[in-house]
Design a protein around this ligand. Structure first.
Ligand code: KG4
Ligand code: ZN
Length: 348
């Protein structure tokens, strides 16, 4: 057993959740900040920190209320301590330290990237049973801030063995959405539009597929879409000039290029590691077309439910449970780490 409050504030989501036994989500509250950052088409760190400060305690209170749990029943407080925007991390970490001290509960310092992978164990259909993972496994986190491939030796021990050399795939989705005049965050909007388009309509590059590497690149693909959408630099064309059918074709063609490179690199990752188990998490894994493609890979593929792909605190409480069971409790002097540890490169 174990009843854990999770807190997440690494980027622009203020989130709290109560999770029982590491896998049963009793409540998961996520306050997004889309409206605050939309006009900038990206997260403004200072605005994010201030919003976390205002929202943190109401969000925690709401998570406890929905779970119908009193603080005395909790076994621990888990918090995303790394990696992320330092100002944002500090708000969640300070709140968690204060609650841990005031309630007399152990503090658990969780890695956000590791938690994205562990999210595949949350709230499964009873018929599916618990996720039993044969380690070492192959792993990938595909989000707005990360696009990285891992050798996963354990839920709390991963080594980066590949990933993007420039933009994250979610960031490319967001920028393509901006080019097409869609809302922020752009991933879900591009995905929706792509369903109406022809994925073969616009020839776009599949970067780095020719190389026998685990590296990915999205900057060139993004620029190729920009030129197709708005013409060469200096052109007066805006997204308002692009016919709807052409927008849908561009979205579908861009998504097809992303899915082709991601599935091929994940196939190579499985081969390289000699693994038959693949864990994939992060906001982009909410994408239905990607989920279908991943399901076709020659491995036992574990994906989080869509609600636990994008940033949330249930995944923090879930991985916190693993640390709690192992007695890996943090001191109240633990620091926030903007870089994280999962990024450490080591031989698999
Ligand atoms: O994991 P996440 O919530 O935050 C980070 O840790 O970065 O991921 C957010 C990213 C955004 O770039 C968003 O556009 C993308 O995930 N995303 C999607 C979809 N839903 C969210 N990308 C493609 N298709 C989706 N359905
Ligand atoms: Zn994330």
């Amino acid at each position: 057993m174990g009843l854990i409050l999770g807190i997440e504030s690494t980027c622009d989501e203020t989130a709290a959740a109560v999770v029982e036994d590491g896998v049963s989500v009793l409540s998961s509250v996520v306050a997004t900040q889309y409206e605050l950052h939309a006009e900038f088409r990206g997260v403004v760190p200072e605005i994010a920190s201030r919003a976390h400060l205002q929202r943190m305690l109401p969000v925690v209170r709401e998570a406890m209320r929905r779970a119908d749990v009193r603080p005395s029943r909790l076994d621990a407080v888990a918090v995303a301590q790394r990696p992320g925007l330092i100002g944002s991390l500090l708000i969640g970490l300070t709140a968690a330290k204060a609650l841990s001290w005031a309630w007399g509960k152990p503090l658990l310092a969780v890695d956000h990237v590791q938690a994205h992978l562990h999210a595949c164990t949350l709230d499964r259909d009873p018929s599916d049973g618990r996720v039993e993972v044969a380690f070492p496994a192959a792993g990938a986190v595909l989000s707005g801030g990360h696009t990285a491939l891992y050798a996963v030796h354990d839920w709390a021990r991963l080594y980066r063995v590949g990933g993007t050399i420039d933009d994250a795939v979610g960031e490319a989705y967001d920028k393509v959405a901006a080019m097409l005049g869609l809302g922020f965050p752009g991933g879900p909007e591009v995905a929706r539009l792509a369903e109406r388009g022809d994925p073969a309509a616009v020839p776009l590059p599949r970067p780095l597929l020719d190389r026998d590497s685990l590296e990915l690149s999205f900057a060139g693909l993004k620029t190729a879409v920009l030129y197709r959408a708005l013409g060469p630099k200096g052109s007066a064309r805006t997204h308002a000039d692009i016919p709807d059918a052409e927008k849908a074709d561009l979205a579908a063609s861009f998504q097809a290029a992303c899915l082709d490179v991601l599935t091929e690199k994940l196939r190579r990752l499985l081969n390289r590691l000699g693994s038959r188990t693949l864990l994939v998490g992060g906001g982009v894994v909410a994408n239905r077309a990607l989920r279908q493609r991943l399901a076709g890979l020659p491995a036992e593929v574990h994906l989080p439910r869509p609600a636990y792909c994008t940033d949330n605190a249930a995944m923090i409480a879930g991985l916190g449970h693993v640390l709690w069971q192992r007695g890996l409790v943090a001191g109240l002097d633990v620091d926030a780490l903007p870089q994280g540890m999962a990024e450490a490169v080591a031989p698999p």
